[in-house]
Ligand binder design. Structure first.
Ligand code: PEP
Ligand code: MN
Length: 286
């Protein structure tokens, strides 16, 4: 946290609903770092990796793919919130260890989902950032507990949550003392059948205007369709958002989770190189 931020005085008598995350607190955007990667500053950050951690070799291969393509942060789920109880539920703590080793080997920080308050204690010393998934955005006990940790929180929007509810979820975390929050729009449920969810790009831009904290999008879960991911990534960059989180897999057809929406390594590399002119045009870096 920057010194100015630590020193910022919070107006407790404010009548704002979410004063701790509201833009009015600062004159400028504030950055939040995962490891050595700052979000909300000059850099448009690419987070990429498999939906689920599948093993050590697989995770190291994924880290190499992300690094070679030009991504900055590794992702991967070890605790998986699956729609079906019969689907692969993730490797748990063993998966976190795989992420840690891959992250050290390729010198790239990682983010991974936390599903329960009970898991925080063993995860906190091991992870670079906690991800709160769409299904847990309303888990207030989890949000409060993460507020007491010292690690950044990537807060996905609930797929049925209003923007106000999303801001208030972040306020729960911030109120506990942890202001290192990155908002992630990952699509909301609408009548649209052609995409998995509907990316609320307007909502993400609204969030960017509403808070001083970084805002990114997850076009993988929002669409479920690899072919729509590069365009939405370019749109996010052009709109002044702070990055994207995307899923990539060395062999999507064999993935244990979300294989249908995973980019191939080649698609990720192409997506990032096609993004470069946009990044330059908006005066940012990758
Ligand atoms: C994920 O990122 O793997 C995930 C489960 O995302 P969401 O919570 O947005 O569905
Ligand atoms: Mn997924």
């Amino acid at each position: 946290m920057s010194e100015s931020r630590a020193k910022a005085i919070l107006n407790e008598s404010s009548d704002l609903e979410y004063p701790r995350v509201h833009r009015s607190r600062f004159d400028a955007n504030q950055t939040v770092s995962i490891g050595n990667v700052a979000f909300g500053g000059d850099r448009f950050v690419i987070i990429a990796g498999p939906c689920a951690v599948e093993g050590l070799e697989h995770t190291e291969a994924a880290a190499r793919i992300v690094k070679d393509a030009g991504g900055a942060v590794l992702r991967g789920g070890a605790y998986k919130p699956r729609t079906s109880p019969y689907a692969f539920q993730g490797l748990g703590l063993e998966g976190i260890e795989h992420l840690r080793r891959a992250s050290l080997k390729y010198e790239m920080p990682f983010v991974t989902e936390v599903m329960s308050v009970d898991a925080i204690e063993e995860m906190e010393p091991r992870v670079d950032a906690f991800q709160v998934g769409t299904r847990n955005m309303h888990n207030f006990d989890l949000l409060k507990a993460l507020g007491e940790t010292g690690k950044p929180v990537l807060l996905k929007r609930g797929f049925g949550a209003t923007l106000r509810e999303w801001m208030l979820a972040a306020e729960y975390v911030a109120r506990g003392g942890n202001e290192n929050i990155i908002f992630c729009e990952r699509g909301v449920r609408t009548f649209s059948q052609e995409t998995r969810f509907t990316l609320d790009l307007a909502g993400a831009i609204w969030a960017k205007q509403e808070t001083f904290l970084p805002v990114i999008i997850d076009p993988s879960h929002a669409t479920g369709l690899p072919r729509l991911i590069p365009g939405l990534t370019r749109a996010a960059a052009a709109a002044g958002l702070d990055g994207v989180m995307v899923e990539v897999h060395e062999a999507p057809e064999t993935a244990l989770s979300d294989g249908d929406q995973a980019l191939t390594p080649t698609q990720l590399t192409t997506m990032i190189s096609d993004l470069k002119p946009i990044i330059e045009a908006v005066g940012r870096t990758l």
